[in-house]
Design a protein around this ligand. Sequence first.
Ligand code: FES
Length: 223
Amino acid sequence: MRVRVLRQESPTTEPYWESFDYDGPRDTSVAGMLDYLNYHDDIVNADGRPTRRIAWECSCLQGVCGACAMVINGMPVLACDTFVRDLNCDEVILAPLTKFPTIRDLATDRTSIQENLRRTNVSIGEYQPKAGEDFAHQYETAKCLKCGLCLEICPNYTNGNSFFGAAFANDCYLVHARNHQKARDVRKVYARHFGNACSKSLACMDVCPMGISIITSMARLNR
Ligand code: FES
């Protein structure tokens, strides 16, 4: 099986494609495949030339931290939650998320997600849903990983513009639901950084690894 990786030495260098031959198991995740390529042997590319290890990020390897978000065969997904056998192809194409600056190879800098929450004062920090009205949706929304997949697929989101995307709208909903004193301020920043610019493609709901219903958060905030 061929693996093609979009590589980049550093944020300031040009990206380039490099291919690898993968002869490991298909009954593993793309994260497992990357580990196999990096550590199975001294790493060589498909031309047999020694090369440096492929940089990518991971932490939990269980689909619950969001660190391994990347673009696999054109789709923004979690590498540890995407199985090689399910890709059903002879060539796997790996690229970093395009909406965030690349640090190195498949690792991207997603600090803007938290930065946008902090700037607008809707960061929820550690969160425990309160029993009561809307508990189920609060609980679901609080699972947001801030992985950036929803922003990667969003036709309206560009890093650095004033539209902050689904992850932001979800935290607006949570802060709004829990802190009635802040409700008015939250509605204002929500309108400014989400409400007026979302074109409702709802592609974010297709790729969210936690299955969060952003449209429910939007409905609650627009109520
Ligand atoms: S490593 Fe945590 S979600 Fe993949």
